[in-house]
Each structure stands twice: as C-alpha cells, then as structure tokens.
Design a protein around this ligand. Structure first.
Ligand SMILES: Cc1ncc(COP(=O)(O)O)c(C=O)c1O
Length: 404
C-alpha cells in the first residue's frame, strides 16, 4: 500500500504538471472519483436488472436502471426506439460484443483503416475484429485527407458487408453519418457508429448525430464525455436481446458496478447547461490551436480541424512522430504519434495527434492555446532545449488546477 500510495501521489503530481494534449484523455470530477472508489466495487451482478445470477442486487438494479435512463435522456433518445447497455468494460469489448451479435465469424465487416483515422477494433488485422471477420477497410482521399463517400459506397456495393463501421480516432473533420446510413441501407448492412471520440460533441449537438442513421451506436465514456473508463452500447429496440446476450453471457461476466454508477454521475454532469459551453470551448480551443500551429509553420493534416483534435504532418520538418512525442514529453507536454495515410511505414508514423478536451477541463481558453502552440514551436521548430521549457510549462500550469 505504501509503495502504491506513493506512486499514486506521484502520478497526481505528473498530471498536475503536464499539458495533456492526448485527445482521448480527460480528467474526471471528484464526484466521479467518489463513485469509482466506492464499495459498489464489491458486488457481483451478472445478468441485467431484475434478472441477476446473484442475490443482493436490489440496489444495483436501481442504479443500472437509473443510469440507462440517464443515458437515453442525455442523447434525447426515445425508449420506444432505443435500448442501452451500460455494462461494457471498455470501448474495445463493446465493439466486439456488437460484431459478435450481428455477425458470425468469417462474415464481412467494412471499417475505417487505422492509418486514415479509424480504430484498431474497426477491422485491423492485429485485432480480433480483423481476425474473426472478413474485412475490407476504407481510407481517406490521399489528396484531400477527407472521407470519400463515393469510394466508400463503391467499396460497400462490391464487398457487400454485413456491418459497416463509422467513427474515428484520429480524423479531424465532421463525419457524415447520414451518408454512412444511406450506404448501409443501400447494401443491406448494419450501420455501427462508434462515437467514442466525439460523444461529448454529439451530446452537446455540436457534431451531427449518428442516431437517426445507425442501428447501433457505441461510445467510450472516458474521452470527451469526461467520465470513468468504460463504454455504452445504444441499439435499436429490435437488436436489444441479441446485443445484450452478446455482452453477457457472450463476452463478459459481472458488470463493474462502481463504473456504472460513475457513468450516472457523468451523465448528470453532462446534462447541466455548462457542459454545452465546455464542449463549445473544446472546439474553439481546438480551432485556435490549429490556427496558431499553422501560423507557427506546421503542416496540419486536412489543414485544420472541425472537432476536438488535429494531426500535424511532421514530414516537412524531417521529424518522426516518435521523436516529436519524446521531445515534447521532455518539456511535460503530451501528444501522441500517429500514422498518416501517406506514411511509408506504419511502424514509423510521421503524424502527431493533439486534442483539447483535457486542457479545456483545466479551464484553458484561446489565449492559452496561443501559448501552447508557442511552446510546441519552440521545441519542434526552433529546437530549443525542452528541459528548459519544462520549467515554463510547470509555471504556466499553476493557474489551471485539476478538478481533484
Ligand atoms: C473510436 C474508438 N473506438 C474504440 C476505442 C477503444 O476503447 P478502449 O480503449 O476503451 O477499449 C477507442 C479508443 O481509443 C476509440 O478511439
């Protein structure tokens, strides 16, 4: 305990003293930490409310029903059309559970390639999604860097997939879920929209919603939604039974009740008015950071951003993503290396992915984005000593406390 207490304290200090630009990370509130650290972690509740495989679950039934109700309300979904499962341990198991509900092994999946901005679970060959199913992947247009819906349609028509996945991990532009829905309908496929990255923006109506055009929507809860590590599956009513069975007993055992309660607090927070302002600020900060980086001389993939993230193309600077990531980390700035569609090798990515959800949670606004772009320029373009800049970074962060 002593050793781990010390390490946890050290980690809190690291979080305090680091500018976190990793777009998939965020800081949760004290209330969410309270639920996560509560004795709810002690209970087994295999099954679903009213149908558990263990006794003693009255309170857990109430918690799970309450959180499911909040989830539907938060995204304005009618209980007549949509159901929700709040038990997935995280985004990857949620996606696999959906695939296994909708497809038999060796059936066809069409997903977004990792190097173009998709996720491993969208059919990458190292992932079970790529091993269990027959996969084709769509990419972005190499010239514009944008999703090319005409190409996706052609690919879908030829391949005839059972499931088409839309959703992004490193794509800085709006996704046209309507087009994905039309393509899926036309070729007779299910449309799974994985909104893990943009769920907060969708909830705040700052990104077009996938719900009218999807059969299933999955999301992690720990990114723009600013909740605990976990995931949720929204599904059309007629798919409820199959998908619920696929989560439990198909893939998982007992749900993590402390996480489910923490998701409830996340939704309560997300339904407050200032959550919309928070999401608006994430986007304003992202646009400002992109604008300042371009002014500083960086090349941005697609020349900017519409959402919470952007990707720098480091090739003109003759820098590898890994080197840039390491240099920034030496100055206590975190942004992660990322493949670009025109990279020679996926093992040496030349992109650097940055996002603004975490710094916005700390209260930063456009003015601070100017400062952050300047730090990045001094390190990656001027090649100033990052260890010297680290002191400035730590001082700068003193005005932006963490929520805990
Ligand atoms: C679009 C998308 N789907 C799924 C996941 C997987 O989530 P997890 O890491 O919680 O398994 C991620 C995580 O980055 C993601 O970006």
């Amino acid at each position: 305990m002593k050793k781990l207490k010390k390490l946890i304290k050290k980690e809190i200090e690291r979080q305090k003293e680091t500018i976190n630009l990793i777009p998939s990370e965020n800081y949760v509130s004290k209330d969410i930490l309270y639920a996560l650290g509560s004795p709810l972690t002690n209970k087994y509740s295999e099954g679903y409310p009213g149908k558990r495989y263990y006794p003693g679950n009255k309170i857990y039934d109430e918690i799970e029903e309450y959180v499911k109700n909040l989830a539907l309300r938060a995204f304005n979904l009618s209980e007549r059309e949509w159901s929700v499962n709040v038990q997935p341990y995280s985004g990857s198991p949620a996606n696999i559970a959906v695939y296994l509900a909708l497809m038999k092994p060796k059936e066809k999946l069409l997903g977004f390639s990792l190097t173009s901005g998709g996720h491993l679970t969208h059919g990458h060959y190292v992932n079970y999604s790529g091993k269990l199913f027959k996969v084709k992947q769509y990419s972005v247009n190499p010239k514009t860097g944008l999703l090319d819906y005409e190409e996706i349609y052609k690919l879908a028509k030829k391949f005839k997939p059972k499931v088409i996945v839309s959703g992004i991990t490193a794509y800085p532009r709006i996704i046209d879920f309507k087009k994905f829905g039309e393509i899926a309908t036309e070729v007779g496929a299910f449309h799974l929209a994985d909104i893990s990255h943009i769920a907060g923006l969708v909830l705040a109506k700052l990104h077009p919603s996938p719900f009218p055009y999807a059969d299933v929507v999955t999301t992690t809860t720990h990114k723009t939604l600013r909740g605990p590590r976990g995931a949720i599956i929204f599904m059309r009513k007629e798919l409820e039974e199959t998908i619920n069975k696929s989560v439990f007993p198909g893939l998982q055992g007992g749900p993590h009740n402390n996480v489910i309660a923490a998701m409830g607090i996340m939704f309560e927070e997300a339904m407050k008015k200032n959550f919309i302002n928070y999401q608006k600020q994430i986007i304003s900060n992202s646009k400002k950071l992109a604008e300042e980086l371009i002014k500083a001389g960086f090349n941005l993939w697609t020349n900017g951003t519409d959402n919470h993230l952007m990707v720098i193309d480091l090739k003109p600077l003759n820098l590898l993503g890994k080197t840039a990531e390491e240099l920034l980390e030496q100055a206590n700035i975190l942004a992660n290396r990322n493949s670009l569609p025109n990279d020679q090798s996926p093992f040496n990515p030349s992109g650097l992915r940055l996002g603004t959800p975490a710094v916005t949670t700390r209260g930063m606004k456009e003015r601070e984005m100017i400062k952050i772009a300047e730090f990045i320029k001094r390190i990656l373009i001027n090649r100033e000593n990052p260890f010297k800049i680290k002191k400035e970074v730590v001082d700068f962060l003193k005005n932006f406390p963490l929520p805990y």
